[in-house]
Design a protein around this ligand. Structure first.
Ligand SMILES: O=P(O)(O)OC[C@H]1O[C@H](OP(=O)(O)OP(=O)(O)O)[C@H](O)[C@@H]1O
Ligand code: HPA
Length: 180
């Protein structure tokens, strides 16, 4: 079974749900009456977007962007490609970007710059996971759920060659999975 391929659970399902509640309350307080555009970055942010937005108790608009900076494996290619753009204009909007993880920071620094260029009123970032040791560019999220060590993590949206996104928790794979 898939769970037998996990060496260690770093963040449990319960911890993730509690964090969504806490972040949802903070977002509600900060964005009350501002009708922010909440942008989920596909595919990784999909489970976090689903759980977090249910904990936001004020009106929001949701949109999605699909970008890719990773090849098929563990290392960022450094080049960010837009695979699907927003349906909505960000001009004059308070934009809140939702990410599953900030690692090198390349994906988000690209998006933040793009939304400023498109004349967003404000651009903020909430990420479930922050891996500060992976940074290649200076970037500090406005809100972060958990700090993770410099290891490749999977689950709850995060993949390894498109697998493990459907694990309900965050974990690290057994080393033999990478060797196979
Ligand atoms: O800080 P960075 O080093 O840029 O890494 C973070 C990004 O990498 C992953 O996406 P990926 O490009 O693998 O696409 P996916 O969400 O479809 O898996 C992740 O979901 C973030 O969007
Ligand atoms: O640790 C990670 N796991 C999965 N996807 C990722 N994208 C950036 N960092 C990671």
């Amino acid at each position: 079974m898939m769970k037998d391929e996990i060496k260690e659970v770093l963040i449990s399902e319960q911890e993730i749900q509690d964090k969504c509640r806490e972040l949802g309350q903070r977002i509600t307080e900060e964005y009350e009456g501002r009708f922010p555009l909440v942008v989920g970055v596909l595919k990784g942010a999909m489970p976090f977007m689903a759980d977090l937005t249910k904990r936001i108790d004020t009106h929001i608009e949701m949109d999605f962007m699909d970008v890719s900076s990773y090849g098929k494996g563990l290392v960022s290619s450094g080049e960010v490609k837009i695979l699907k753009d927003l349906d909505t204009s960000v001009e004059g909007r308070d934009v809140l970007i939702l990410e599953d993880i900030i690692d090198s920071g390349l994906t988000l620094s690209y998006l933040i710059e793009l939304f400023h260029y498109r004349k967003a009123k404000s651009v903020k970032v909430v990420t479930l996971l922050d891996k500060p040791d992976g940074r290649k560019v200076d970037l500090v999220p406005d809100m972060a759920g958990f700090i993770v060590p410099d290891a490749f993590v999977v689950g709850y949206g995060l993949d390894y060659i498109e697998r493990y996104r459907n694990l309900p928790y965050i974990g690290v794979l057994k080393p033999e999975i990478y060797e196979s």
